[in-house]
Write a protein that binds this ligand. Sequence first.
Ligand code: GLN
Length: 196
Amino acid sequence: MKVGILALQGSVQPHEEKLKTLGVSSLQVRYPEQLTEISGIILPGGESTSMIQLLKLNQVWNPLKEFVKTNPTWGICAGSILLASRVTNPMQECLEALEIEIERNSYGRQNESFIDKLTPNEVWKSFCSKTDPIEGVFIRAPKFKKIQSDIQVLFEHRGEAVMIQKNQCLASTFHPELTDSTLIHQYFLNLCGQHH
Ligand code: GLN
């Protein structure tokens, strides 16, 4: 199994290291034809506006929009913004993989980055019985504002959803690649393995 990491901009290397630790090979994805080589894709954190420009420049935007409809996909922070169906603050285009509205830079300027414990919901607890708390690293993070009712929430922070799932598509507004735990990467790899 080979897992793609969109590598046009942003936090790519920490994901490569996590996948390596878990014994899975990764591929830096920059061109459309590479999408045929991977079992799933990570859309990393970074700057979503720049990613959109580069995706279009490399003609990956439309093929990626198709890919994320049916293949295991995990968007982190800027990547979760790409997966939404509506983006605010300001508005921008998105891949419309998840029926959510997302607000960019939603924690405000005074509090752009922080680390805090997350509250797991039932979906996560049934995957992982370990009691170790999961920490969320939030960097100029967005917030999910409207979430369609058939979307599952895996983690909350102060009563607000910060990681969600619909079928093979995951989105987190925090950065699991920047903490020591590999559990959330394992969860995504499970999705990639189950999907044929
Ligand atoms: N603020 C960034 C954006 O709107 C996201 C930040 C991140 O990915 N850490 O694209």
